[in-house]
Design a protein around this ligand. Structure first.
Ligand SMILES: Cc1cc2nc3c(=O)[nH]c(=O)nc-3n(C[C@H](O)[C@H](O)[C@H](O)COP(=O)(O)OP(=O)(O)OC[C@H]3O[C@@H](n4cnc5c(N)ncnc54)[C@H](O)[C@@H]3O)c2cc1C
Length: 475
């Protein structure tokens, strides 16, 4: 029997599969599309995802193919520089097309031994006490101990589970595509600048090799939202907004997206879990969806691996919902707020001006950026030190960097006292005695996802915390 079936080979699914495989879990990804998509949705990664890649030794591959941009101006496009001294070693946006992100994550998963089966569509599932049976479009059945639905916003897994997906339906739609144009670049830039004064959600910009990415509000919401628009549809909407279609031709691909904002009621039903867009959808304001999916996978991977490995303490797998559901709820709210701030009505415009003034206060600006980039997330692990539940930034140690110590996806006790011990858990938790001028705590216990589970210097206290995350001690 397979340990875990991941339904959906998008960024969330392959990230999760890689994380599971890091712990030796036998995982199979089922992806319905035979070929990777050419459609480029996300254009970048935010700080927390960049850190996550660094924590697994993957960042250099992404840096080699991406471009670093300043962090200012990301919240509702309000033009303010990033706050000083952001609490991260990576204070930038990494511009990288989603097709490249998908490919790099899939490559990593494959290198680790994940089997990605393309052209395999899940159409049914049944679970019992011992496992889950997945039914595929060609009638094949596969059995696994767990199944995770990473199958996107229209998730078949979520529907089969009957999990509610409350929120707002698509009320507005945009057309998106990559095309060539006949007008010169200066004309494109000038027309776009003028049109954007009165129209938001519109843009035409060069992406290299004479190709432009174009986005324009659609005339309405399509009846069949799965069908791509035609070139003529896109040209018509460009004319509507900008007065010209720029001579758009030779489309590389065309797509549409909407502003539906929904959150799954539950992330877990027995042996089946949901992650990424299958669990939450929202408009792409601030560029957060893919980031959220990668971070869901990072939270779930080690917990599900612990369950499969037989060492998970009671409640560990359920903490995936408890921790990640509120994070998604906040992201949904952040996109709702940004959508309002982009309205050209006088009221929202006044609120936008006010917020822009408030962002001159460093702490307000910092708060918004930390929220949007995912580094402000604090899981509720109860009362305690301010770092408890937060991810720790990368810090320099006498012998290297903290994030280098997390590549294997294990727990970590960073011990500046040299008096502590993880005896009994050494098969799951690394004990590193080192010091950092940047870390003002005697010792910190980090979970495999880099979040702080305990801070202190008392061995008895540490021993009481270890089983909460890493299960019973080995004999
Ligand atoms: C225009 C636009 C711009 C965006 N920009 C950004 C951005 O800048 N930053 C950001 O973070 N996010 C952005 N997003 C959001 C981002 O694209 C998504 O959040 C992300 O793709 C979600 O990843 P996922 O793996 O959860 O789902 P998906 O990428 O949707 O992948 C799901 C996969 O499951 C497969 N599948 C579906 N059903 C089945 C089935 N029954 N059996 C097997 N396989 C199945 C699909 O073929 C697909 O490959 C943007 C979205 C849009 C539309």
């Amino acid at each position: 029997m397979i340990d875990v079936i991941v339904a959906g080979g998008g960024p969330t699914g392959v990230m999760l599969a890689g994380e599971l495989r890091l712990h030796g879990v036998h995982v199979v990804v089922l992806e319905k599309e035979v070929e990777p998509t050419k459609i480029v949705r996300s254009l970048g990664l935010h700080v927390r995802s960049i850190e996550v890649l660094d924590q697994r030794g993957l960042l250099n591959r992404f840096l080699a193919l991406g471009r670093q941009y300043p962090l200012g101006g990301v919240f509702a496009g309000i033009d303010k520089p990033a706050p000083d001294r952001l609490d991260t070693a990576h204070p930038y946006v990494l511009g990288i097309p989603q097709t490249v992100t998908d490919r790099l994550l899939a490559e990593r998963a494959t290198e680790l031994g994940v089997e990605i089966r393309r052209g395999w569509e899940l159409v049914g599932l049944h679970q019992d006490q011992h496992g889950v049976t997945a039914e595929l479009a060609d009638g094949t059945r596969l059995r696994a101990r767990y199944l995770v639905g990473c199958d996107g916003g229209r998730s078949t897994v979520r529907k089969l589970l009957g999990v509610g997906f409350p929120g707002e339906p698509t009320r507005r739609e945009w057309l998106l595509g990559e095309v060539e144009v006949t007008v010169p670049p200066e004309t494109v830039a000038a027309v776009v600048a003028e049109a954007r004064k009165t129209h938001k959600g519109f843009g035409v910009g060069p992406i290299g090799d004479g190709v432009y990415r174009a986005v324009a509000p659609a005339a309405g919401v399509a009846t069949d939202r799965t069908a791509p628009p035609t070139l003529e549809d896109l040209k018509q909407q460009l004319r509507e907004v900008a007065g010209t279609d720029f001579g758009a031709h030779a489309p590389r691909w065309l797509s549409r997206f909407g502003d539906a904002t929904r959150l799954a009621e539950r992330y877990r039903v027995g042996r089946v879990l949901l992650a990424g867009d299958a669990a939450h959808v929202h408009p792409p304001l601030g560029g957060q969806g893919l980031n959220l999916g990668i971070q869901d996978a990072f939270n779930l991977g080690w917990k599900l691996a612990a369950e499969v490995g037989g060492w998970a303490p009671a409640g560990l797998l359920d903490s995936y919902h408890t921790e990640r559901h509120p994070v998604a709820a906040e992201v949904l709210d952040t996109t709702r707020a940004q959508a309002e701030l982009l309205s050209l009505e006088p009221g929202p415009q006044a609120v936008r001006r006010l917020l822009a003034e408030l962002m001159d206060f460093q702490e307000v600006n910092r708060y918004l950026i930390e929220k949007l980039t995912g580094i402000g997330v604090r899981y509720d692990l109860g009362e305690g030190h301010d770092l408890l539940g937060r991810r720790l930034r990368d810090v320099g140690l006498q012998r290297g960097r903290l994030y280098e110590l997390l590549h294997r996806g294990r727990g970590l006790l960073l011990d500046q006292t040299a008096r502590l011990s993880v005896a009994g858990w050494a098969d799951r938790v690394d004990h590193v005695i080192d010091v950092s001028a940047e870390l003002d705590v005697p010792a910190a216990l980090l979970r495999p996802d880099g979040h702080v589970a305990w801070v202190g210097d008392d061995q008895t206290e540490l021993r009481s915390q270890l089983p909460k995350w890493f299960g019973a001690p080995a004999n």
